[in-house]
Design a protein around this ligand. Structure first.
Ligand code: BGC
Length: 453
């Protein structure tokens, strides 16, 4: 059994993680450019200054994507590369870069999926209050207008934000990511609310300005609960846990998804957050709750849940010796069954897996190749679970592996390698890993070869 004829096989990246050319051709600085300059912040004091030098090597990279046979490529646009100060004057060279990249992709039959924001926020705007400023949703809408006006004659698929949970909660509450703030919780919720408004406004822009029929979505970090057994009680407990707000942070599915899809914040979150919830304008939820075309979600793992004695969800520890990636992410392939299924059942929109993959101990072997059997096994296991969801009538439109190439892994610098393509950073030489050849066959057989083992 294969996926549908129209199933999209892709891979993903993000601007700051691959482009480099951080201070070139008129690009403005982002919060990540500044954050990386703080000593002892990033592993080995590394930064995305050069990264994969994709800004200069995009033609070679696209030809490698073609070699692998990708149907689609998910990239993000760097806001400060396009509008150096965040609002106002455009940077023609920045716009030109994306223009050419899109043409290059389309010339070899790869559909671009654009994420408007994957964390590299303009530093100038951060200086003006960033996501706390009440004008921040309009700044984002202005930027979205520029990109959509320029690229929507050729680009059909748009994702407004990547993982708001991460850049708001990890960037503004725990301070572990850029901009490195540790705000009061009420302020974190204000920033989150402005991001939701920015999402809604950007979708309005996409609908109003697209020159071809557009498809729009928002990519959440999928927080997945896996039922400990398939008993109806455990399944229900996992579902309940996945769709609840249980802690005073922004690390949940529903604080983000319910306003976007249902036009309201979840009751349990409102009760838990109390007075910290910002004032919500009369028309805010109308702006936030724009119809979307798909439910985009990044899924890497999941935790186990069962029904406790009182029927309430209870976390189950992983077994001793649980398989882990080098980034210490538990390998739990069932996350790619239960995640899509629960999201599909609740939000009733076709699912796109916008990220899934693993970091591994990859190096160049004596034979000059990069052998990564763990990654092949990981992807095979996860994709089999996705296939199972598909067989169980969960509508899944596509799958994007993270990442097409090794890149700058945020706080971890270049320590974690997620790519299908190995990058030797000192020389910028690219080598297709074994997993790239394997993925090529998955794509060519439309998933039929996943059952081979
Ligand atoms: C992010 C990527 C990141 C990946 C692996 C996701 O949370 O969207 O930018 O590289 O996970 O950690």
């Amino acid at each position: 059994m294969t996926f549908s004829e129209t199933f999209v096989w892709g891979a993903a990246t993000a601007s700051y993680q691959i482009e480099g050319a951080a201070r070139e051709d008129g690009k403005g600085l982002s919060v990540w450019d500044m954050f990386c300059q703080k000593a002892l912040t990033i592993w080995n004091n590394q930064s995305g200054d050069i990264a994969c030098d994709h800004y200069h090597r995009y033609k070679e990279d696209v030809s490698l994507m073609k070699q692998i046979g990708l149907n689609a490529y998910r990239l993000s646009v760097s806001w400060p590369r396009v509008i150096p100060e965040g609002t106002g004057a455009l940077n023609p060279k920045g716009v030109e870069f994306y223009d050419k990249l899109i043409d290059e992709l389309l010339a070899v039959g790869i559909s671009p999926y654009i994420t408007l924001f994957h964390w590299d926020y303009p530093y100038e705007l951060y200086g003006r209050g960033g996501w706390l400023n009440k004008d921040s949703p309009d700044w984002f809408a202005e930027y979205a207008t520029v990109v959509v006006d320029k690229l929507s004659d050729r680009v059909k698929h748009w994702i407004t934000f990547n993982e708001p949970q991460v850049f708001i909660d990890v960037g503004h509450r725990s301070g572990y990511h850029a901009p490195g703030d540790k705000l009061e919780f009420a302020q974190v919720l204000t920033a989150a609310h402005n991001v939701l408004l920015a999402h809604g406004k950007a979708v309005q822009v996409i609908r109003a300005h697209s020159r071809v029929e557009s498809q729009a979505g928002l990519a959440l970090a999928g927080i997945v609960r896996i039922p400990a057994t398939e008993s109806p009680e455990d399944v229900e407990a996992a579902r309940q846990s996945m769709f609840s707000v249980r802690a005073r942070n922004c690390w949940s599915n529903t604080w983000w998804a319910e306003p976007v899809f249902f036009g309201r914040y979840p009751e349990d979150g409102l009760a838990l957050f109390g007075d910290d919830v910002p004032a919500i304008g009369d028309r805010d939820m109308k702006t936030i709750c724009q119809p979307l075309d798909f439910f985009a979600v990044n899924i890497y793992s999941g935790s186990m849940t069962r029904a406790g004695k009182d029927g309430q969800p209870e976390r189950v520890s992983f077994p001793v010796g649980q398989a882990m990636t080098t980034f210490q992410t538990p390998v739990r392939p069932e996350a790619l069954y239960w995640g899509p299924r629960f999201f599909w059942e609740r939000y009733n929109l076709p699912i796109i897996i916008t990220e899934n993959g693993m970091s591994n101990v990859d190096w160049v072997s004596l034979d000059g190749k990069v052998h990564d059997p763990q990654r092949i096994d990981y992807l095979n296991r996860y994709l089999l679970e996705l296939k199972k969801a598909y067989k169980d009538d969960v509508q899944v439109l596509g799958y994007f592996q993270w990442s097409i190439m090794d890149n700058f892994e945020w706080r971890e610098g270049y320590k974690e390698r997620f790519g299908l393509i190995y990058v030797d950073f000192p020389t910028q030489k690219r080598i297709l890993k074994d997993s790239a050849y394997w993925y090529k066959e998955v794509i060519a057989s439309n998933g039929a070869n996943l059952d081979k083992l």
